[in-house]
Design a protein around this ligand. Structure first.
Ligand code: FES
Ligand SMILES: [Fe+2]
Length: 339
């Protein structure tokens, strides 16, 4: 169930250079490269002649040349030359995707290009803010991206999957879940709790108020804003931003771009490494569970009965929202086809 009319993170900024990068996005093979002016191009990764991967070819200035018989395409997918002939058939052109670079990500719009407006780009400005420090990583997960949404929308699994956080009181607290337009928010507010170890260095031991606000926005943005406020009027407030941006690869696999950014101790490279490495471990632990789940669902059949429990409220709301948007996109496509 892919939502096509959304911006998706396709790559981290540094992954795209003068070497063609091949990546499958929503079932489509795409080739990314950086043009001489530094902007990014995204083309269908198939030559219109015999469907060889263009990513295996080479760049000639801003054009890409197929590595088999030398057909050349420009950054808009226009077939500009075919060796041995002067005419270019209209079917020789290939698809080019709208692509934008912002906040350290390369974003692609796989849907109807008329809708690809910059104003619809998701907000990851904290990743590029001078007031925050942190790191973003990428991982591939061999499972439907919806299983990752289920996983993150229900943080109660922390107590069982993630040993490093297993004693975290937050995991035991039932969140308040609400859907507002196209956002599902799950909030946990904790008053006067013991300060978690990670923040003690900065805010000291003692008691704090802590709020976790988890937002899901389609197509695949899971953003967790954590606020820690020390006791007393003058106590500092610390902010931590965790996120996972999910981009389907196929119906059974997805890319996750994830990171953790903080607004305290920002010159401390060791802290950045510590928090970044811990987040990689956490996502790897989730990956192991989700991939097991996908294998079992495939093996047992999708119609096997499963029960819903109290903690499923967030995941179910997120899935309902995706289903609603998906039906909307299908209707729009049907209307456009009939016109
Ligand atoms: S397959 Fe690309 S030029 Fe022949
Ligand atoms: Fe997790």
């Amino acid at each position: 169930m892919f939502l096509r009319n959304f911006w998706y993170a396709a790559a981290l900024r540094d992954e795209v250079g003068r070497q063609p990068l091949a990546r499958t996005i929503l079932g489509e093979p795409v080739l990314f490269y950086r043009k001489l002016d530094g902007s990014v191009a995204a083309l269908e990764d198939r030559c219109s002649h015999r469907r060889v991967s263009l990513s295996k070819g080479r760049l000639v200035e801003d054009k890409v040349q197929c590595g088999y018989h030398g057909i050349m395409f420009d950054a808009n997918g226009v077939c500009v030359s075919i060796p041995g002939q002067d005419t270019i058939p209209p079917q020789g052109h290939i698809k080019a995707f709208p692509v934008v670079e912002r906040d350290g990500f390369v974003w692609i719009w796989p849907g109807d290009r008329a809708g690809a407006e910059r104003g619809k780009l998701p907000d990851y400005s904290l990743c590029a803010s001078p007031n925050y420090a942190g790191r973003t990583d990428r991982m591939r997960i061999d499972a439907d991206y919806l299983l990752s949404i289920d996983n993150i929308m229900d943080l109660s699994h922390i107590a069982y999957v993630h040993q490093a956080y297993a004693n975290d009181v937050a995991a035991a607290i039932r969140p308040t879940v609400k859907t507002d337009g196209a956002t599902v928010t799950a909030t946990r507010a904790m008053k006067d709790i013991e300060n978690p170890p990670l923040y003690r260095r900065v805010i000291g031991t003692g008691h704090v108020d802590r709020v976790q606000e988890l937002r899901f926005t389609p197509a695949g943005h899971l953003q967790l804003y954590v606020t820690i406020r020390g006791a007393g009027v003058d106590a500092p407030t610390l902010n931590v931003f965790y996120f996972s941006q999910l981009t389907p690869e196929t119906a059974r696999s997805h890319h996750t771009f994830f990171g953790v950014y903080r607004d305290f101790d920002i010159d401390n490279a060791e802290m950045t490494k510590l928090m970044g490495d811990q987040t990689v471990i956490t996502v790897s632990e989730d990956k192991a569970v989700i991939e097991d789940q996908q294998r079992n669902w495939d093996q047992d059949g999708a119609d096997r009965r499963m029960i819903d429990i109290a903690v499923d409220r967030g995941p179910l709301e997120a899935r309902r929202l995706i289903r609603r948007l998906y039906e909307g996109e299908r209707q729009d496509t049907a209307v456009a086809a009939a016109e």
